[in-house]
Write a protein that binds this ligand. Structure first.
Ligand code: ADP
Ligand code: MG
Length: 620
C-alpha cells in the first residue's frame, strides 16, 4: 500500500490549534489582554464592536516588539516567555505556549502595530488566515495595538455557532473582569460599540472590585488574609447575607491568574456552611500566591485549570482562614473608601503601640454575672476599655453591631418569651421580678421557653462557642488582659512540646499568657489569661499542645483557629456544673451575640428547639 500519512501545512495546523484556544470572541480578548499584561503595560484599552464578532482591538502601552519579533510572533510556538521545559514550572507570565497569536491569525483578519521604547519607528503588519498581506514601517506610539477583525471569517460553521450578541458580550466582560481584578494596578478601559463600558483607574484590589461591581460592594467585603509556608492568601469574601443563587462573583486567582477549581470552591463553601441558605453560593475574590514550582499550569488549553502539589493543605488552610475572617470581620466597620486600603484589615495593627497589660485581678470576679463591666468596672477593671478576656462575658446589649449579622435564619428568628409571665411552678425569690426564663437540667442543659415552644442549649458547647469567638477576636486585636502572677509557674514538658510551644507563643500571648522562659524542657509563665485558675494552666497547655500536634496537617492550617478551638474547649464550663439562673441567662445572651450560635467550634449542634405544636400531638 502506498504511504498515506503527510504533514499538514502550517495554516491548517494553526486552524486546528485555533479550535482549542479560540472558542469565541471572549477567548481572543483573554489572550490579548494577557499578552498586554505580560508586556508590562500600565494602561490597557479594549475596544469591541458587535460583541467582538466584527472587531476586537487591544491597545497597550507595554514594551512593544522589534521588527523581527513583530513578524515572528504569529508563528506557532513562537514565544519570548519560556526557553526550556523547566521554565514551565517557573512561570511568571500569563502566556507561555506561543500559540495564541498564531491561532488568532489563522481565523481572522489581524492587524498589528507595535514599537519598542528604544526605536523611533514602529512596525505595521496585516495578516489574514496565517498569510502576511503587508508589512511596513509606521509612526506609532510605544506599545502594541492588535486589531482582530471578522473572527472565524474562514470557518463559517464556527461563526454560525456563536451565540447572540448579549451572550457573547457577557463572555467578553467576564474575561475582562478576570484580568482587571487580577491586576488592579493596571488601568483598564473597555469600549463597546463606541460607548464606555468600564473605566478602571489604577488602584488597589479593594477599589478595583468596587469599581468593577459597583459602590455597594464595598460594605459587603470581608477581608481575608493568611500566610503559611506553602501559600499566601489575600482578598475578600462577601458577607453571607449576599450569597446568591447564581455563582456570579466567585474568583480565585493563583499567582495573578484567574483559575477555576471546584475543589477550592468547596473549601470556601465549607467555611460558609451554616451561614448561607441551601442552594445559594457565597461570593469571593481570593488571591493565592504560591511558589510557581508547586503548580502545573500546563494541563488545560485555556490555562484556567491548574494542578497544585499540595491541594489538601491549601484546602484546609482556606477553609480555616475564611471561617476565621467571617468570625472576626463581620462586625468591623466599613473602611473609609478614600483612605489607602489595599488588603489592610480593619484593625490597624500598624497604628497600635504596644500597651503594657494592667495588673489588676479581681478575685471575686464571677464570669457568669450579668454585666460584669458595670458591677466590677470601678473595682478592678478600667471601665472605658473592656478587657478582652472579661469581655467574654459582656452581655448582648453591649454588642450592638455584631449581634444579628451572622445568625442564620433559624436562630435569628427565636423570640424569647418575656411577657405575660403569670408565675410558674418553680418560681423562686431571686427571679420573681423578671419571671423565670431558664432552668438547668442534669447540670448539662439549659432550657428556655421561646414563643414557638422550647429551646434546649448544651451548656458546655454553648460556652465553647462564646469563648472561641472571643479568643479569635483577641488574637486578631492583639490585646488581651493578663493576670500577672506573684510567683511564676514552672513546668517541665518534653523538648518537642516546648519547641511547639515556642511556635505558638505569640498567639498565646494575645490571649493573656506571658512567658518568661521557653527553653529546652522548661517553661516559665509570669502571666495567665484573666479569670483562669492557676491550677488549670498546666492542663490547658497540655491540651493545646496535643491538639496542635494532632490536628495540624503540615503547615496548612490556621493556627489561630486551632488554638482558639482548643482553649475554648479547655476553658468552657463543663457538663455537670451547676449554674445559677443569672449564669444561665447570661450564657444564653452571650451565645446569641455570637456570629454562629447554633454550632460549636467543632461543628456539633449547640441547641435544639422543640415545637409546642409537637407537644400538642403527644397529648392527644
Ligand atoms: P505567548 O503569550 O504564549 O508567548 P502569544 O502567541 O500570545 O504567545 O505571543 C507570542 C509572543 O508575541 C509573545 O511571547 C510576546 O513576545 C509577543 N507579544 C504578543 N503580544 C504582545 C504585546 N501586546 N506586547 C509585546 N509583545 C507581545
Ligand atoms: Mg499570549
Amino acid at each position: 500500500m502506498a504511504d498515506i500519512i503527510q504533514l499538514l501545512p502550517d495554516h491548517v495546523a494553526n486552524q486546528i490549534a485555533a479550535g482549542e484556544v479560540v472558542q469565541r470572541p471572549a477567548s481572543v480578548v483573554k489572550e490579548l489582554l494577557e499578552n498586554a499584561i505580560d508586556a508590562g503595560a500600565e494602561d490597557i484599552k479594549l475596544v469591541v464592536k458587535d460583541a467582538g464578532k466584527t472587531l476586537i482591538q487591544i491597545i497597550d502601552n507595554g514594551k512593544g516588539m522589534s521588527v523581527t519579533d513583530a513578524r515572528l510572533c504569529f508563528e506557532r510556538h513562537a514565544t519570548s516567555k519560556i526557553k526550556s521545559a523547566e521554565d514551565l514550572f517557573n512561570l511568571h507570565t500569563k502566556g507561555f505556549r506561543g500559540e495564541a497569536l498564531a491561532s488568532i491569525a489563522a481565523i481572522a483578519h489581524v492587524e498589528l502595530k507595535t514599537k519598542t521604547e528604544d526605536s523611533t519607528i514602529g512596525t505595521h503588519i496585516t495578516i489574514e488566515g496565517s498569510t502576511v498581506t503587508s508589512q511596513e514601517a509606521a509612526v506609532v506610539p510605544t506599545g502594541t495595538t492588535i486589531s482582530v477583525k471578522n473572527l472565524f471569517y474562514n470557518i463559517p460553521a464556527r461563526r454560525n455557532f456563536l451565540k447572540s450578541n448579549p451572550v457573547e458580550t457577557r463572555h467578553i466582560i467576564d474575561e475582562f473582569h478576570r484580568v482587571a481584578l487580577a491586576h488592579p494596578q493596571v488601568a483598564f478601559t473597555m469600549i463597546h460599540n463606541g460607548s464606555d463600558v468600564f473605566n478602571l483607574p489604577s488602584s488597589n484590589s479593594r477599589q478595583r472590585i468596587v469599581n468593577v461591581f459597583g459602590g455597594k460592594t464595598n460594605e459587603k467585603l470581608v477581608p481575608v488574609t493568611e500566610e503559611t509556608e506553602i501559600v499566601k492568601v489575600e482578598g475578600f469574601v462577601l458577607k453571607p447575607e449576599y450569597a446568591k443563587k447564581s455563582r456570579g462573583e466567585q474568583f480565585f486567582f493563583v499567582n495573578d491568574r484567574f483559575i477555576k477549581s471546584a475543589y477550592l470552591n468547596h473549601a470556601v463553601s465549607a467555611a460558609f456552611e451554616g451561614l448561607v441558605k441551601d442552594g445559594t453560593h457565597p461570593g469571593y475574590f481570593l488571591f493565592l500566591n504560591v511558589d510557581p514550582h508547586s503548580i502545573d499550569i500546563n494541563i488545560h488549553p485555556t490555562k484556567t485549570e491548574i494542578k497544585f502539589d499540595d491541594e489538601h493543605s491549601i484546602y484546609a488552610m482556606l477553609r480555616a482562614t475564611i471561617k476565621h475572617s467571617l468570625g472576626q470581620f463581620s462586625i468591623a466597620p466599613v473602611i473609609d473608601f478614600n483612605k489607602d486600603m489595599g488588603f489592610e484589615t480593619p484593625y490597624e495593627y500598624s497604628k497600635k503601640s504596644p500597651v503594657a497589660p494592667t495588673i489588676e485581678v479581681d478575685s471575686d470576679f464571677n464570669p457568669f454575672q450579668n454585666s460584669p463591666s458595670a458591677k466590677h468596672g470601678g473595682a478592678s477593671y478600667k471601665k472605658e476599655k473592656t478587657p478582652a478576656w472579661e469581655s467574654l462575658y459582656v452581655g448582648l446589649k453591649e454588642d450592638p453591631i455584631g449581634a444579628n449579622n451572622f445568625k442564620d435564619e433559624a436562630t435569628s428568628s427565636f423570640i424569647f418569651e418575656s411577657e405575660e409571665v403569670t408565675g410558674s411552678l418553680f418560681a423562686s425569690d431571686d427571679t420573681k421580678d423578671e419571671g423565670q426564663l431558664t432552668f438547668q437540667i442534669q447540670n448539662k442543659y439549659i432550657v428556655s421557653s421561646i414563643r414557638s415552644g422550647m429551646l434546649v442549649i448544651h451548656q458546655n458547647l454553648a460556652h465553647q462557642r462564646v469563648l472561641y469567638e472571643e479568643l479569635l477576636k483577641n488574637m486578631t486585636l492583639q490585646e488581651a488582659v493578663s493576670q500577672q502572677l506573684l510567683f511564676p509557674l514552672q513546668f517541665q514538658f518534653s523538648k518537642p512540646k516546648v519547641a511547639l510551644l515556642q511556635t505558638i507563643k505569640e498567639q498565646l500571648e494575645f490571649t493573656g499568657f506571658n512567658f518568661s522562659e521557653i527553653k529546652g524542657e522548661k517553661v516559665e509563665i509570669t502571666g495567665i489569661p484573666a479569670n483562669v485558675l492557676e491550677s488549670s494552666i498546666e492542663g490547658i497547655l497540655e491540651q493545646v499542645l496535643s491538639d496542635i500536634e494532632n490536628e495540624v496537617p503540615d503547615a496548612g492550617f490556621s493556627q489561630n483557629d486551632l488554638l482558639a478551638k482548643s482553649l475554648a474547649k479547655s476553658l468552657a464550663v463543663k457538663s455537670g456544673t451547676s449554674m445559677s439562673r443569672q449564669e444561665q441567662e447570661h450564657l444564653i445572651n452571650q451565645l446569641f451575640a455570637c456570629k454562629e450560635p447554633s454550632v460549636s467550634p467543632s461543628n456539633k449542634p449547640v441547641l435544639l428547639t422543640l415545637e409546642a405544636a409537637d407537644f400538642d400531638k403527644k397529648f392527644m
